[in-house]
Structure formats: structure tokens, C-alpha cells
Design a protein around this ligand. Structure first.
Ligand code: ADP
Length: 284
């Protein structure tokens, strides 16, 4: 079974389905769910749900939210041996308003007392790993892990959704960079970002929501679905992409696998399993 080591952010999400946004005063919610959030954590859950082995390395606070996040990760089958709990720390929490059509509006509390230090990088775990995925929230630990992975010849995927010097340093140690539209816009647009990555010898892609993905070798449209909740579409996309890479597939096949998994996430709001993704892939 292919194994992916994920280093990144874990969040406790509170999702509220509302009729409109922004609210005027008090607003009733039609539905509510507590779920796993955070780029790295949701990607790790996707790897496990899609039939891979997932190790999640990251940090949690020693608080009730941290306990809930750990329980969610375990329920998905994610290996938490390298997840560190900081007793005095506070786990990130988000409030997410989702409107009809699936668009979401996020209020994110980033947590407190959770470090981004090289010792968070579980170098030993690389011995049992076929691919590494690092998100932009732990760039210092991520760069250390990425460099060690590259030294072993492993592919390293970066979820590039925060533009800072530390994240750029991480990007330069990776093999596959998948950016979001906002980061691309700050870098002159998706084609300009892809061109500058190419000039540095890096393979890149930019996810464009329902407009699909622009990548180093072309464009891939999104799978058409009725979106109910687009929260975490990118996170599922990255996890699925990294798993396909760990299984030895080429970048375009990995993108298609990621896009199918992400579309199902948008349709159902939950992390899809392998059968559902394979079914969608063979139907289109
Ligand atoms: P993020 O969640 O990081 O902002 P995007 O919104 O760009 O990421 O979505 C990532 C990928 O998920 C897209 O490239 C696309 O393949 C898929 N996706 C996102 N929204 C939809 C949608 N409404 N319908 C189908 N696929 C979608």
C-alpha cells in the first residue's frame, strides 16, 4: 500500500449551512456539522479514505478541540504517531458559513502556542514513505522534511496557498507545487506563476475552483457536479494527488485523480472513498 507523509495544519471546523452571506444581525442556520479541517489534516484523511496509508505530522493543542481533531483523524484511519500535542497550546478552530451553491466563507482562529520548528519534521518516517505532502502553514518544518525527502529521491508536493518568504523557500525544495488562485493572482496570474516555476525547474499547477486546473502541460476542466459544500476541495485534491504520485503515476493522471476526488467532496461535503472516485473517473 502506498504511503504518504503529510506535514501541515489541523483545524476543528464548525460548518453552518445558511441562506445568504453576509448576515444581517442574527442568522439561523439550516444545518450544522463539526468536521475535520486544515489543509494537511484533510489531505491526510483523503489519502487514507482513498486506500493509501497516511501519516499526519503536525501539532495540536492539549485542549478539547485538539482531542476532537485527533479523534476525527483516527476515525479516517490516519497514523498519528508523529502528531505532537502541546499541552499549553490551543488548536486552530474555524467557523464556516456555506451558502446555496456551495461557496464558503471562513472565520479562522489560527490557534496559539503551536510552533513551526524543524523538530516537527519526522525524518525517520520517510523510510516507510513513497511521497510527502507539505502545506504552507508549517514552512520551516516543511522545508527540513522536504530537503530530507528529496535526498532520498522522494517526490514532495507543496500546497502553496500562502505567499511568504518562508513558503517560497519551501516551494524551492519541492518537486510538485500546487498553488491556489489567490497566490497565483499575487504572482501576476496563473500562467505567470507557472512560467516562473518552470524557469526554476519546478512542475506547477494552479487550482481554479469549478474552472479546473491550469498546469505545466495544459489545462484540466473540473468534473461537473452539483456543489453542496466546496470547503476543503483543494485539501482533498492535494491528498489525492499525492497518493496517486506515491502509487507511481504521472502528473496528469494524478491531477485527474485529484480533480475527481475534489469534485465528489464538493458534491457530498465528505471525503470520498476509492470506489466513488474510480466510478467517476470511468464514467467521464
Ligand atoms: P481551494 O479549496 O484550495 O480553494 P479550489 O477551489 O481551487 O481549491 O478547488 C480545488 C479543485 O477542486 C479544483 O481544481 C477542481 O478540480 C475541484 N473543484 C473545486 N470546486 C469545484 C466545483 N464546484 N465542482 C467541481 N470540482 C470542483
Amino acid at each position: 500500500m502506498a504511503r504518504v507523509l503529510v506535514l501541515g495544519l489541523a483545524v476543528l471546523d464548525h460548518r453552518f449551512w445558511v441562506d445568504a452571506w453576509p448576515p444581517t444581525g442574527r442568522m439561523p442556520a439550516r444545518a450544522y456539522a463539526e468536521e475535520l479541517g486544515g489543509q494537511g489534516a484533510v489531505a491526510a484523511a483523503a489519502v487514507a479514505r482513498l486506500g493509501g496509508a497516511a501519516i499526519f505530522a503536525g501539532s495540536l493543542g492539549g485542549d478539547p478541540a485538539g482531542t476532537r481533531v485527533a479523534a476525527f483523524l483516527k476515525s479516517y484511519g490516519v497514523d498519528l504517531r508523529h502528531t505532537q500535542v502541546f499541552p499549553g497550546g490551543r488548536t486552530p478552530v474555524s467557523s464556516i458559513a456555506i451558502v446555496p451553491g456551495g461557496e464558503r466563507f471562513i472565520t479562522a482562529y489560527p490557534g496559539e502556542g503551536l510552533p513551526d520548528e524543524p523538530y516537527l519534521a519526522p525524518i525517520d518516517a520517510l523510510d516507510r514513505t513513497q511521497a510527502v505532502l507539505v502545506d504552507s502553514r508549517l514552512p520551516r518544518a516543511g522545508a527540513v522534511l522536504a530537503a530530507a525527502a528529496r535526498a532520498r529521491g522522494l517526490p514532495v508536493v507543496v500546497d502553496f496557498d500562502l505567499d511568504s518568504p518562508a513558503v517560497w523557500a519551501l516551494v524551492r525544495t519541492a518537486t510538485h507545487i500546487i498553488a491556489d488562485e489567490d497566490v497565483a493572482a499575487r504572482r501576476g496570474g496563473a500562467p505567470a506563476l507557472l512560467e516562473s516555476l518552470r524557469a526554476d525547474g519546478l512542475w506547477g499547477a494552479v487550482t481554479l475552483g469549478a474552472d479546473g486546473v491550469l498546469h505545466a502541460d495544459g489545462r484540466l476542466p473540473a468534473f461537473e457536479v452539483t456543489a453542496r459544500d466546496t470547503t476543503g476541495a483543494g485539501d482533498v485534491f492535494h491528498g489525492a494527488f499525492a497518493l496517486a504520485l506515491a502509487e507511481g503515476r504521472g502528473p496528469e493522471a494524478c491531477l485527474r485523480f485529484g480533480a475527481a476526488a475534489a469534485a465528489l467532496r464538493c458534491e457530498s461535503g465528505s471525503v470520498p472513498d476509492r470506489r466513488a472516485v474510480d466510478r467517476l473517473l470511468s464514467s467521464r
